[in-house]
Write a protein of this length. Sequence first.
Length: 332
Amino acid sequence: MTGWTADEMPRLDGKTVVVTGANSGLGFEATRAFVAKGATVVMACRSVERGTNAAAEIRADAGGVDGALDVRECDLASLDSVASFAEGATDDYDAVDVLCNNAGVMAIPRRETVDGFETQLGVNHLGHFALTCRLFPLLAAADGIEDGGADEVGSEPAERSGSGDARVVTQSSGAHERGEMDFSDLNWEESYDKWGAYGRSKLANLLFAYELQRRIDATDDAVGVRSVACHPGYAATNLQMRTAEESGTPLAAAVMRVANSVFGQDAATGALPLLYAATADVNGGAYVEPDGVLNMRGSPTVGRSNDASYDLDDARRLWDYSAEATGVDLSL
């Protein structure tokens, strides 16, 4: 066990961090931790109102914060919104030191994004794919984070590019283990299983994170960006309650409340793998997860995701599909 806590994060004065879904749950707690260390946090939120309220709560709880909070609209279910957010960030910032691809939806009834993608794949993966590609020049321009905390290395990553690299941190889930990449029906148009769709989107997060690192490593020039994946374990957040509410069954909400209280860890602890991936000394391509039983709770450590997440053919096929579907690709 590492026993690592957010107190071990380095100072982040002068650093810029983008967090999607920053107004609630894991994103809210990560934002609170980043800004406490002096970072400027760009809170990329679907609802500016909720983001503004969250920023006010962080300021009030801390009695003032060391860093700055910048709330901006970014609806991952709309590629136009993603593009507008990235354009605004590019206009107003010279660099981004950390991008946290955190926001997501879980096990909802089938619906589609405004661009026609199944929502879980569209929000959890495709929106973040497009955002990462559009913000990559800002990441490449950053000085990055000076590594803090324990020195750990991943089991499958490529070689570390060097100390102080910028980070792309993509939030996955242990549910990736039930995901399957069916490229004949990625958007579940023929049949739909809400948990299968969630698992697929979380597997897609990992395929993307690892493929991004492989592409960075394959460049002739030093890019200075690391791509790292993580999962929070079982963190009791409003994500589970939204899933229960979407089911339309009162019993589901009651069961979820009991499960959260018995099995879940609080959101601040659930955010630790993301914070560790963003600031500790980990290789590009690492997978950070809790170190407890079944990796459901505990302190962050570097582990290994399932074999399917390292499938090179699936990763390349998914990348090609994502670039075509979003109209955005990464030129390294």
